[in-house]
Design a protein around this ligand. Structure first.
Ligand SMILES: NC(=O)c1ccc[n+]([C@@H]2O[C@H](COP(=O)([O-])OP(=O)(O)OC[C@H]3O[C@@H](n4cnc5c(N)ncnc54)[C@H](OP(=O)(O)O)[C@@H]3O)[C@@H](O)[C@H]2O)c1
Length: 323
């Protein structure tokens, strides 16, 4: 297992996702272009973006450069993007996936995700339309089953190789699962890290053969400004540091390896060349079951959640708010 080679997870027949991918949220275009260049050189092939990150054009420019120069083949990449909240309706699936493809300069994505179970009204280009009362203008008519049918159509149209969901809870996943007549969701992307291990949700998904991808796997320390609070520092956890020292690895590598050894994918974000390289070097060692148990014990359950989207005022009032 620890032969230095990337581990892949089977999503659907013939579609494999590299377990360690690259996160792109909260980077400027300039930072991101350099970071993607660096990530591709370091061996990343799975790249996670979203229409709402407003960086698909920058990513598309780098991908085009690499593909045109022959340094990489399109089929060797695994590109993930997501339907924005303002597009959370069947017509939005068609419109926003096509926009993402145009921005990314691709004819298909490898995985298209419904970014959140809640939706907003569409008011021009505004990603966070507000009411006069200063809260997000939520569209309470969000219909997951209808959205899912449009998602399935995108696979049949060749615009997405696989489809999934993000930030959905068990009840919402079950509902889509039961209604999906043609294609079941193959991936759930959720917050998951040392202090919020999502053990029940992972078991629930794995029992349905839905793979899980961990976002904010290093504790999203860059989000403290956005959230206006100090975030728990998983990288400085004593158990993590002790295991890191034993293996001659960094705390980030231990955190990522812990997730991957649970059969879950992870998409750490970095714009720092050394950390980009470090984060993918997690395939040349293995955590023992004793290490795994110690790390599993660091879980804080629901108290460990960082991102609940309540920083967008009004969102928790949506009937499909998942948390
Ligand atoms: N589906 C969703 O709703 C959703 C929500 C959140 C995130 N995501 C996805 O998940 C990705 C990752 O999550 P995230 O960006 O919230 O947080 P993260 O990957 O947990 O943490 C990123 C932060 O950790 C730092 N960092 C990276 N590698 C490090 C290392 N080896 N040692 C020390 N610090 C390190 C980064 O700083 P430097 O850049 O300076 O290295 C950055 O501040 C996102 O970029 C996005 O693609 C999805």
């Amino acid at each position: 297992m620890a032969d230095g080679k990337q581990i892949c997870l089977d999503l659907t027949e013939g579609v494999k996702i590299p377990a360690l991918g690259f996160g792109t949220w909260q980077s400027s275009d300039e930072e991101l272009e350099k970071a993607i260049d660096c990530a591709l050189k370091a061996g990343y092939r799975h790249i996670d973006t979203a229409y709402a990150y407003e960086n698909e054009k920058a990513l598309g420019r780098v991908l085009k450069k690499w593909i045109d120069s022959g340094k990489i083949k399109r089929e060797d990449l695994f590109i993930v993007t997501k339907l924005p909240e303002i597009g959370n309706r069947p017509s939005g699936v068609v419109k926003y996936l096509q926009r993402s493809l145009d921005y990314l300069q691709l004819s298909y994505v490898d995985l298209y995700l419904v970014h959140t179970p809640f939706g907003y009204y569409e008011r021009g280009e505004d990603l966070h339309p507000m009411t006069e009362e200063g809260v997000i203008d939520i569209d309470v008519s969000t219909d997951h089953n209808a959205i899912w049918k449009a998602m399935e159509d995108q696979v049949l149209a060749g615009k997405a190789r696989s489809i999934g969901i993000s930030n959905f809870n068990e009840k919402q996943i079950e509902r889509i699962w039961n209604s999906a007549e043609r294609i079941k969701p193959s991936m759930l992307q959720v917050e998951l890290h040392l202090y919020f291990q999502q053990k029940d949700l992972v078991n629930f998904c794995h029992a349905k053969n839905i793979k899980v991808c961990a976002y904010s796997p290093l504790g999203s320390r860059g989000s403290s400004q956005l959230l206006g609070k100090e975030l728990p520092d998983v990288l400085n956890n004593e158990v993590v540091k002790e295991i890191a020292e034993k293996h001659g690895k960094t705390p980030a590598q231990i955190l990522l390896r812990h997730i991957i050894q649970r059969g879950v994918a992870a998409i750490p974000k970095s714009t720092n060349p050394q950390r980009i390289l470090q984060n993918i070097q997690v395939f040349d060692f293995e955590l023992s079951s004793e290490d795994m148990n110690k790390l599993n014990d660091q879980d804080q359950g629901k108290a460990g959640r960082i991102l609940d989207f309540s920083f967008f005022k009004g969102v928790p009032d949506h009937p499909e708010y998942p948390f």
